[in-house]
Design a protein around this ligand. Structure first.
Ligand code: URA
Length: 234
């Protein structure tokens, strides 16, 4: 693939901007400036540097973010910052989007991708992917609440009760809840329907993919093959 197309595919701007970056001497490969926008490179293991930004070619972007509170999962946020403020601008330029949304005050594991099929597969209601949340509750948890969550609670606007795959108290105010759907405010509404209230919400896992313990809040990382396999395995 020629260098102009490489940069364009990775989100470094329009075709014209990418050509200008190359011909202007801003791009180097293996420590050598390459000013020929038509020079061909195998993309498989290609790493390049644009104005000191080192970038590894990825045909598709699959990334995970440890989302902090106070960020909206939208490129056009209404009241808060966007999660895209936490990511290199190349991701928005190449059409990366959130794979399902977390509320602005929810923290934890958020996936993003520019692979439309992947986004669709993981957000489709038909594909039941377990998602594990840790909810801090206002009131102490009790067996009646946990039983109601497991048996299913009726949410406004839903035709049938929605049941958690698993619900257990890790502590008096710490609820681990696993759900298959991704409905609007689902966990908060389920907990409210069971007679309690969510004070804080954190997503720990999607499928078999856990939020890496070494990924600080607000940090992101590429999701590698092992991560994608773990996601599907769940
Ligand atoms: N359920 C909610 O209520 N909020 C989220 O952000 C995710 C799941």
């Amino acid at each position: 693939m020629n260098l102009e197309r490489v940069l364009f595919s990775q989100g470094f701007g329009s075709r014209r901007q990418c050509r200008a970056l190359v011909t202007g001497g801003h791009v180097s490969i293996d420590g050598v400036v390459c000013a020929n926008a038509d020079a061909d490179f195998p993309t498989h293991t290609l790493t390049f540097v644009v104005d000191e930004i080192a970038w590894r070619y990825h045909e598709h972007a699959y990334i995970l973010l440890n989302k902090p509170a106070g960020y909206e999962c939208s490129r056009d946020p209404q009241h808060h910052l966007s999660v895209f403020n936490l990511l290199p601008p190349q991701f928005a330029t190449r059409g990366v989007q959130c794979v399902g949304r977390l509320d602005q005050d929810t923290t934890g594991l958020l996936l993003l991708s520019d692979d439309g099929q992947f986004v669709h597969a993981f957000t489709s209601p038909k594909r039941k992917v377990p998602k594990v949340y840790l909810a801090t509750t206002r009131h102490p948890l009790d067996d009646a609440q946990l039983d109601a969550l497991r048996a299913g609670v009726l949410l406004h606007g839903e035709p049938a009760p929605i049941a958690a795959v698993a619900a257990r108290a890790r502590d008096t105010h710490a609820l681990e809840l696993t759900v298959l759907e991704g409905k609007y405010h689902q966990v908060k509404r389920m907990v409210a329907a069971a007679g309690n209230r969510v004070e804080a919400l954190h997503r720990e896992r999607i499928g078999g993919l856990e939020l890496p313990a070494n990924l600080a809040e607000g940090e992101w990382q590429w999701l590698d093959e092992a991560g994608l396999a773990a996601l599907r395995a769940g």
